[in-house]
Each structure stands twice: as structure tokens, then as C-alpha cells.
Write a protein that binds this ligand. Structure first.
Ligand code: BV8
Length: 239
């Protein structure tokens, strides 16, 4: 960590768990409990039942609006200020890295606090109050949808290219709080390994990456990341 010139970090839902944001697998409560997330977070589900999908995201947006970033998010902000070349790649759509103060975040799967027109694929900042669900684009009347990447949808090309480049060029790669299942994000740690980086996994549970990573730190990101920061840069570095 002290010697690292280029540090790349990939985060998943586990980094937000200690903020009270259910991990993706747990994000189904109430009437959504009977759906698999892969069956709700898809364009087909939205076409089939736009109201159900819109309201699931409205619930998650509301939940995210009342939680706060945790010590793990804050430790990553510290890393950003201390390592020469730091790249934060996230699979999370909750915007908590930005709220913690991370300046440059590569959001592979979008951000559920942003809304876009499903027809124009362009962001919509505001729309007239309406009882209609989903609300409609004020420009073209198409349904509004969350600005997230659904299963079966391509990731934003520029963001994915930057994330891949940062995974190949780094000398230290830390994968935190991800089950390392969802593609193509899950391939990034392997890109780092293939290009000679040291790969560290932070996760209380094992994942497909665990056997390949150079180090496994089995623990909660809200505890392990601040500890890493303190060990590398001294106790004053605490977030
Ligand atoms: C694409 C936004 C192609 C939405 C998300 C077979 C059939 C169909 C498709 C596929 C298939 N095989 C592969 C695919 C592709 C598919 C895929 O990977 N499917 C999976 C299910 C196998 N991928 C896609 O469809 C991607 N697109 O491939 O497009 C294409 C190309 C060109 C043109 C057209 C199409 C799109 C993938 C993005 C999907 N959208 N999110 C939303 O959020 O509603 S992904 C979604 O799931 C989340 O955002 C998150 O990223 C992901 C879940 O992963 P994790 O973040 O890892 O969360 P998870 O809950 O799984 O794990 C939490 C971890 O944290 C656990 O390990 C736990 O132990 C740990 N943890 C818990 N607490 C803590 C902790 N760790 C540390 N500290 C703690 N306190």
C-alpha cells in the first residue's frame, strides 16, 4: 500500500451494507420479495410492468436518501488523496461514494438517484408532478426510468474502458464487498492479476476471486479499509 503508485479499487454492494443499504441480493422486500433481482432489473421487466419496476427503484431511492456513507466509504476518500494515481470503480448505484467525498467515481452500473427518458436515453432532471407511474418524459412523453444498467444492457462504454484500463495499469488492486459474479465487472480483478498487479480481496465471505487473490482480508469493509489506511499511512490517517 505504501509503495503503491497506482491503486485501483472495485467496490460492490458490501461497501454500502454497513450504511444500511441492503446488498443487491437482499434488496427485495415486500411485494418484490417474490422476484429475483435479475428478473426485476431488466428492460423486459420494465416493458412488462413499468409501474412495479419504477416503484422498486423509488423505494430504493428513498431508502438511500436517508442513509449515510460509512467509514469504508470515507477511507476510500482518504486513499484518493494519498496515492499518486487512484481509481475508484463501483458497481453500486447508490451514490454513497460521491456523498462521502470521492471526487472521481467510475459508475459501471449507473446511479439510481438519476432518472432518464427510456425512449431518448437522456437524463431528465425534473418532471411535472403526476399521479401517473412511471412519470413521462416532459420532452417526448416516453416513460421515465432509473439511470441504471439493467441485466442484458450494455455498460457505459467510456466508463468500462476507463475501468478496464485502470485495472490493467495498476500495481495494486483491491476488490471490496462484491460477490464477483456480475459480468463484466467481475472480470476486472482478473485483468489486474493478468497484468501483474497485487490483488487484495476484502469480504467477510469467500467469492470466486478468493482463490486467485494474492491476499484475502476476511472482514467488513467499514473496519478493514480504515485499518489498511492506518497501517499504511499512520494512525493520523483515520477517516
Ligand atoms: C451485459 C444496476 C451485454 C441495477 C446491476 C446469463 C444470462 C443472462 C445474462 C448473463 C448470463 N451470464 C452472464 C450474463 C451477463 C449479466 C450477468 O453478469 N449476470 C449475472 C447474474 C451472472 N451481466 C449483464 O447483463 C451486464 N450487461 O452483459 O450486457 C451486452 C453487451 C453489449 C450490448 C448489449 C448487451 C449488466 C450487469 C449490470 C446489472 N445491473 N445493477 C440495480 O442495481 O438494480 S448489477 C447489481 O448486481 C448490482 O448493482 C451489483 O453490482 C450486482 C450485485 O453484485 P455485488 O455488488 O457483488 O452485490 P452482491 O449482493 O452480489 O454481493 C455483496 C457482497 O458483499 C457479498 O460477497 C458479501 O459477502 C459482501 N459483503 C456483505 N457485507 C459486507 C461485504 N463485504 C464487505 N463489507 C461488508 N460489510
Amino acid at each position: 500500500m505504501r509503495q503503491a503508485r497506482r491503486l485501483t479499487v472495485l467496490t460492490g454492494a458490501g461497501v454500502s451494507a454497513e450504511s444500511g443499504v441492503p446488498t443487491f441480493r437482499e434488496a427485495r422486500t415486500g411485494l418484490w420479495a417474490k422476484y429475483r433481482p435479475e428478473d426485476l432489473a431488466t428492460p423486459e421487466a420494465f416493458q412488462r410492468n413499468p409501474k412495479l419496476v419504477w416503484e422498486w427503484y423509488a423505494l430504493r431511492r428513498q431508502r438511500v436518501s436517508v442513509v449515510a456513507p460509512n467509514a469504508g466509504h470515507r477511507a476510500l476518500v482518504e486513499f484518493e488523496g494519498r496515492v499518486a494515481v487512484f481509481t475508484l470503480i463501483t458497481q453500486n448505484v447508490d451514490g454513497l461514494h460521491q456523498r462521502a467525498g470521492s471526487r472521481r467515481v467510475l459508475e459501471l452500473h449507473g446511479n439510481l438517484t438519476r432518472t432518464k427518458c427510456s425512449r431518448e436515453d437522456r437524463l431528465v432532471e425534473s418532471w411535472p408532478e403526476t399521479a401517473e407511474i412511471p412519470p413521462r418524459c416532459p420532452r417526448c412523453g416516453g416513460w421515465l426510468r432509473p439511470d441504471v444498467v439493467w441485466f442484458g444492457e450494455a455498460l457505459p462504454g467510456v466508463t468500462l474502458a476507463a475501468a478496464t484500463q485502470a485495472s490493467r495499469a495498476c500495481d495494486l488492486f483491491i476488490s471490496v464487498g462484491t460477490s464477483t459474479v456480475v459480468q463484466p465487472a467481475a472480470s476486472l480483478p482478473y485483468e489486474a492479476l493478468r497484468h501483474g498487479a497485487m490483488v487484495v480481496e476484502v469480504n467477510p465471505n469467500g467469492t470466486p476471486l478468493s482463490g486467485e487473490a494474492n491476499y484475502r482480508l476476511p472482514g467488513l469493509s467499514g473496519e478493514v479499509l480504515p485499518a489498511l489506511l492506518g497501517a499504511a499511512f499512520g494512525p493520523s490517517a483515520g477517516p
